[in-house]
Design a binder for this molecule. Sequence first.
Ligand code: HSE
Length: 286
Amino acid sequence: MIRVSVPATTANLGVGYDVLGMALDLKARFTFEPSTQKLEIIGDGNDFANPENLIYRAFVTFANAIHQPVPNLRITVDSDVPSARGLGSSATCVVGGLAAANAWFHAGWDEAALLKLATQMEGHPDNAAPAIYGQVCATVLAGNEPIVRQYPVSQQLHFVTLIPPYAVSTEEARNILPATMSYADAAYQMGRCVLMTRALVDGDLSLLRQVAQDRMHEPYRATLIPDYQAAREETAAHDGILLISGSGSTMLAIVGDAAGAEQLQKAAAQRWPEWQVRIVTPSEQG
Ligand code: HSE
């Protein structure tokens, strides 16, 4: 039996559209066993949109890549990662399926090779990279080859995920973005992205507050999240800053101390009782 555990991830990290992502301590766990049927999926009752298809597709993709026959499989899913909420649920399936197949066939692929295939399946690397490596990852593609570096996140920063009950489709959230941006906006964005990684490493909330002002995706995607403004105001009232996690609908609040995170968590849970509001920590491991 092969067991894999893959963390949720928050992609884009404010000004790092398609480039920066962070692994969180919410996990999806999968087990893979031989079966008498072609495919059995045992779920956990979580609202995990078609994980079986994506997990299985990833396993099959890996088997095809190494020219091995696909075995009959029983896959058991136990996930804390809500689907279509901007927390990398599809990356957990893709990375989980690839990593399990890597172990199943004793193929010995390293993280870089797994990330390359995961990125081809996902279309962007900023969930898959931290799902594989942990921590904050900055990733660019050189052709098809991902280049990755990890950044340790300062323990002075505290994170709260505000997860609304409604989903946002990543496809719709990508389609809503303009096709081009100006040189002025590109320079604005690049500078802020560089400084944001520094602020995360240093735990510098005041620098984060200055630079986490996105022009590439948040202004457009905020329109897909009806409670975005209210969540921003609630977070600001607790001296925090708010980012859209991935393509939404989850929003990630960053605050400067544990007490502030707890107060925000309580206030938001009271204001939006049907939301999942969780204090989360960066995951060191992928
Ligand atoms: N970088 C991707 C996007 C992440 O923003 O579309 C999707 O989770």
